[in-house]
Design a protein around this ligand. Structure first.
Ligand code: NDP
Length: 477
């Protein structure tokens, strides 16, 4: 049987684009369909614009620090429209690069939504149908908003980069990566930020000590973080709500029942802790769901899991042998570099005849909260459930913050196996923790022992030198 293409990729995000390019480099005839903008979540409405906003938000503290270091600077207000224009120019540039890279690799681009007709046939929204020997689904995910009355009034991380104006106040719902990162970003940009998280501590799944320090740091910087708290009800604010934005709506000095939407600006929110408040915006960062709806997957035999994810084996192959899936749509590890790895492993397996399972072990990652968190390997809580461990840990005020009169503390922590001496986990809360954990991640991935860390000479004066100078365990567990 002959096909139009050797490979048809659905989705132009980081994983799909990389797989398409690398497959084309083997001489395969490759096409890729994208219904929105090339670059996907990471480039267009995720990691890249988020990180640029992290940079933008950091300047508010830098002005204070600069004065402490002797600079005669005055800080002015943040100009969101000016930044947003620059941001979108940059995103346009990056999208252009993605297109150019695909074109340069001889990947044919279809700017259209694609769905699956059968194991080898893709239907495009343009009405065209094309066939391919292999199909790779890399359609990513999208934010999910809880099903509650009024939740349609809220925004998600998709819209935050497109706002016409910065809100004066915002309620962020959720305690994961996105909620906690945007709490810091918007707080740094001068927005009055309240964050509700339903659990006992934000950043569930990360090391307890590290998440505690991040939460403490966020509060110190001004984020109004409420734990064990969620929204009960929300609606467009009435005039009465606005007259008393911090509490129960009042009329003639008496509380009144909430009114229907009066056209007034703002969102009235009733919380599980009994408070009623009006916010300019509410942002939901309550998780992401794989983009599998309406693609015809189940009709042709591709298994879709309970969370809407495509079920794949270790080679990213679905139940239909010609169809593979990578990235967030498989809901394995929702991180850009992992999607890219999965794309490369797919090409290695299918186009280079070298079956390569995806290695999801010891993935370093960073949460760009303020303070930043970098992590690789097991948390103390995970490790101590498996084997006896030693915990090496230090928390201190770094010299740059101490000099500037800031109270921010950093944390350096190693979780070490008593039996093998291997460093099982490394957790850092500090400025540039993401940069540090990338490098510490190499050592941990190589199986370095605590003694290997100790043999490494410190780089002085740095924060990271503490990783190689912690002599005594703080505790065993
Ligand atoms: P997460 O899964 O990290 O967090 C979702 C949060 O929303 C959790 O705190 C969860 O609470 C809460 N939540 C879920 N449902 C509800 C509800 N109905 N009401 C109230 N709260 C709710 O998702 P994110 O959206 O933050 O991020 C998605 C993924 O994107 C992450 O898993 C990560 O892999 C990736 N990402 C990575 C980044 C990075 O590498 N720096 C940055 C941004 C995203 P609970 O804990 O109780 O379930």
């Amino acid at each position: 049987m002959t096909f139009d293409y050797d490979l048809f990729v659905i989705g132009g995000g980081s994983g799909g684009v990389r797989a398409a390019r690398v497959a084309a480099a083997t001489g395969a005839k490759v096409a890729l369909a994208e219904e929105y903008r090339m670059g996907g979540t990471c480039v267009i409405r995720g990691c890249v614009p988020k990180k640029l906003m992290v940079f933008a938000s950091g300047f508010s503290e830098m002005f204070d620090d600069a004065r402490a270091y002797g600079w005669d600077v005055t800080d002015g207000p943040f100009n969101w429209p000016k930044f947003r224009t620059h941001l979108h120019t940059e995103l346009d540039r990056l999208e252009g690069i993605y297109r150019k890279l695909l074109g340069g690799s001889n990947v044919e681009i279809f700017d259209a939504r694609a769905t699956l007709k059968d194991a080898h046939t893709v239907s495009l929204a343009t009405g065209q149908e094309v066939t391919a020997k292999h199909i790779l689904v890399a359609t990513g995910g999208r934010p999910v908003v809880p099903d509650m009355p009024g939740s349609e009034l809220g925004i998600t991380s998709n819209e935050v980069f497109l706002l016409d104006e910065m809100p004066k106040s915002i309620l962020i719902v959720g305690g994961g990566y996105i909620a906690s990162e945007f709490a810091g970003i918007l707080n740094g940009l001068g927005v009055n930020v309240t964050q509700f998280y339903r659990g006992a501590q934000i950043l569930r799944g990360f090391d307890d000590e590290a998440r505690g320090l991040v939460a403490e740091g966020m509060r110190e910087k001004g984020v109004n973080l409420h734990l064990g708290t969620n929204i009960v009800e929300m609606r467009a604010a009435s005039e009465a709500d606005l007259a008393n934005p911090q509490g129960v709506p009042m009329e003639d000095g008496r509380p009144v029942a909430p009114k229907a939407h009066s056209g007034a600006k703002g969102i009235w929110v009733k919380a599980t802790n009994g408070t009623e408040q009006v916010f300019d915006q509410v942002m939901f960062a309550t998780g992401r769901s794989p983009n599998t709806e309406g693609m015809g997957l189940e009709d042709i035999g591709v298994e879709v899991g309970r969370r809407g994810e495509i079920v794949v084996d270790e080679y990213s192959q679905t139940k239909v042998p010609s169809i593979y899936a990578i990235g967030d749509v498989t809901n394995r590890v929702q991180l850009t570099p992992v999607a890219i790895r999965e794309g490369m492993a797919f090409v290695e397996t299918v186009f280079k005849g070298n079956p390569t399972p995806v290695d999801h072990d010891l993935i370093p990652s960073a949460v760009f909260t303020q303070p930043e968190l970098g992590t690789v390997g097991m948390t103390e809580e995970e490790a101590r459930d498996i084997e006896p461990v030693e915990i090496y840990c230090t928390s201190f005020k770094p010299m740059n913050h101490a000099f500037a009169g800031r109270s921010d503390r950093v944390l350096m922590k190693l979780v070490v196996s008593v039996a093998t001496r291997k460093v099982l986990g490394c957790h850092i809360v500090a400025d540039h923790a993401g940069e540090m954990i990338q490098l510490a991640g190499i050592a941990v991935k190589m199986g370095a022992t605590k003694e290997d860390f100790d043999r490494t000479v410190a780089v002085h004066p740095t924060m990271a030198e503490e990783l190689v100078t912690m002599k005594e365990p703080m505790r065993t567990a």
